[in-house]
Design a protein around this ligand. Structure first.
Ligand code: KIV
Length: 271
């Protein structure tokens, strides 16, 4: 299915209608103006300013170090590149877990200082009060269940979550609670496809999967992974659409050799 150019601006309502109409939702991460502009022009429905910026932009091992100020910098850059996509911003680790007042204050900073359209937070019942307080202030909230990378030190690994009955039951209950609280969509990360199917079919709000199979209402990937900027990361769920690592390396090697050989700049490339 091609991009629906009739839709001038994607809103939280638009993606809920997409689910109702059986149209899949496309989402990618973005962290800066230039890529956000390209992705928006290419017709992506939702851009996520993910706390994965901590990994792919800053080179940290986990998503934990990124700060509220840093995500605000990334999000305000992304917003300047976007005219059609819905922009969702991650609440960073430590900016919403202490209490719901802190959560609301962080969400308000993101909305005021970036111009973004919604926030995302990780967790179910544990963060429900925070989600409700943010929603009560009129800020759309996207939930995130399954593998929640901000809890990596509790999980210990990045393997598939909710394979056991008890964790699957908790996830289903959390999904229902987040929907009842008023969340407009849910990310489901690295859970069995059949569980994601059950959750997606049981909810009215859309589910966006990453490593959660084909039955989710939409899909999200980290831009660096799908563009092949770091080809060492090869989880089973990832489809790599480009090998930018190779192409950029070759282009830079070509430039280095042109400079060394005094071939660049040539007569036409100078004033
Ligand atoms: O931060 C991020 O990139 C995310 C996606 C993996 C959903 O939360």
């Amino acid at each position: 299915m091609s991009v629906n150019k009739e839709i001038k601006k994607i809103t939280t309502n638009t993606i809920q209608k997409m689910k109702a109409n059986g149209e899949k939702i496309s989402m990618l991460t973005a962290y800066d103006f230039s890529f956000a502009r390209l992705f928006d022009m290419a017709g992506i429905d939702v851009l996520l300013v993910g706390d994965s910026a901590s990994n792919v932009m800053a080179g940290h091992e986990t998503t934990l170090p990124i700060t509220l100020d840093q995500i605000i910098y990334h999000a305000s850059s992304v917003i300047r590149g976007v005219s059609r996509s819905l922009v969702v911003v991650d609440l960073p680790f430590g900016s919403y877990q202490s209490n719901s007042r802190e959560a609301l204050a962080s969400a308000i900073r993101i909305m005021k200082e970036t111009g973004a359209h919604a926030v995302k937070l990780e967790g179910g019942e544990e963060v429900l009060e925070s989600a409700k307080r943010i929603l009560a202030a009129g800020v759309p909230v996207m939930g995130h269940l399954g593998l929640t990378p901000q809890s990596i030190y509790k999980f210990g690994t990045y393997t598939v979550r909710a394979k056991e009955e008890a964790e699957a039951e908790k996830l289903k209950n959390d999904a229902r609670l987040l929907q009842e609280a008023g969340c407009f969509a849910l990310v489901l990360e690295k859970i069995p496809a059949m569980l994601a199917k059950e959750v997606s079919e049981s909810l009215d709000i859309p589910t966006i999967g990453i490593g959660a199979g084909k039955y989710c209402d939409g899909q999200v990937l980290v831009m660096h992974d799908m563009l092949g900027i770091n080809t060492a990361f090869k989880p089973r769920f990832l489809r790599q659409y480009l090998n930018l690592e190779r192409q950029i390396t070759e282009a830079v090697q070509h430039y280095v050799s042109d400079v060394k050989a005094n071939d660049f700049p040539n007569e036409q490339e100078q004033y």
